[in-house]
Ligand binder design. Structure first.
Ligand code: BTN
Length: 267
């Protein structure tokens, strides 16, 4: 498919985000990782809700040390800086904040994305976006957090061999070409709107209501520990997963975990 995608640059992104109260905005044609740019900007004192956007990443990264591919012109790769946060566990809610913003952007286009806890967004069982939260600390004080969000927008954004999990783009899901800048606007607007409600029960319930596999059997692979199989119940206050394993309700904090439907053959 031939794509005519509007370039992401300081001017086009500024215009697309007009009226959304950001702390600052830096747009790059190419970077290693927007999370790295945001972390170094945060260390230099970037204001709360400063945003880094890149058209292309050459060293984008995902959870668990995985690569995240962001080719030129077809994806969204953004990182939002948050300051004045309470220490963990609030930081785990930030993963939910990023995922919920993607969900709402997708819903605004008539799609029905869901969250594969902790950080994947799925459309029809395939991965369309991922969230990576990183932080800078001053001793044991959280200085700033960075919420990195990558979304497959046009069909060229899906890696040819989507290694870990089958992937899809918004364009493929919609069956027509879509506007990256419009999706960016919806995404950032939703993020900014939820930000003041991060600690509320309303936020937690909104996040939880978009979880994939609720009341279904799932298998959770854990680094260095045996996998667990149980029924996915929901989230606790800290965004930890609640899993009914035989007679016990287990609480799994975010960490080196990955989740599959119990009967899923994907590894
Ligand atoms: C995952 O699915 O494991 C998370 C993927 C997060 C990718 C985004 S793209 C913008 C930001 N910069 C990065 O290097 N990673 C995140």
């Amino acid at each position: 498919m031939e794509h005519r995608s509007v370039e992401l640059n300081q001017e086009t992104v500024e215009a697309a985000l007009r009226g959304i109260p950001l702390g600052g905005l830096r747009v790059f044609r190419t970077v290693g990782s927007t999370n790295d740019e945001a972390l170094s900007w945060a260390r230099q004192g970037a204001a709360d809700l400063s945003l880094v956007v890149a058209d292309e990443q050459t060293a984008g990264r995902g959870r668990l040390g995985r690569r995240w591919v962001t080719p030129h012109g077809v994806s969204l790769a953004i990182s939002l800086i948050l300051r004045d946060l309470p220490n963990a566990p609030a930081t785990s809610r930030l993963v939910g904040l990023g995922a919920l913003a993607v969900i709402e952007a997708g819903s605004s286009m008539g799609l029905h994305p869901i969250i594969k806890w902790p950080n994947d967004v799925l459309l029809s069982g395939r991965k369309v976006a991922g969230v990576l939260v990183e932080a800078t600390w001053n001793g044991d004080r959280l200085e700033a957090a960075v919420v990195g969000i990558g979304v497959n927008i046009l069909s060229g954004s899906v890696p040819p061999q989507a290694a870990i999990y089958p992937a899809v783009s918004i364009e493929e899901a919609m069956g027509r070409s879509v506007d990256r800048l419009l999706i960016l606007r919806q995404l950032v607007a939703s993020f900014v709107a939820w930000r003041p409600r991060l600690s509320t029960d309303e936020f937690l319930r909104a996040w939880e209501s978009r979880l994939a596999f609720r009341q279904e059997d799932v298998r959770v692979a854990r680094d260095g520990q045996p996998a667990l199989t149980g029924t996915l119940q929901g989230l606790d206050d800290d965004g930890a997963l609640l899993l009914q394993v035989e007679g016990a309700l287990m609480r799994l904090p975010m960490g080196e975990l990955s989740l599959r439907r119990a009967d899923d053959r994907i590894e």
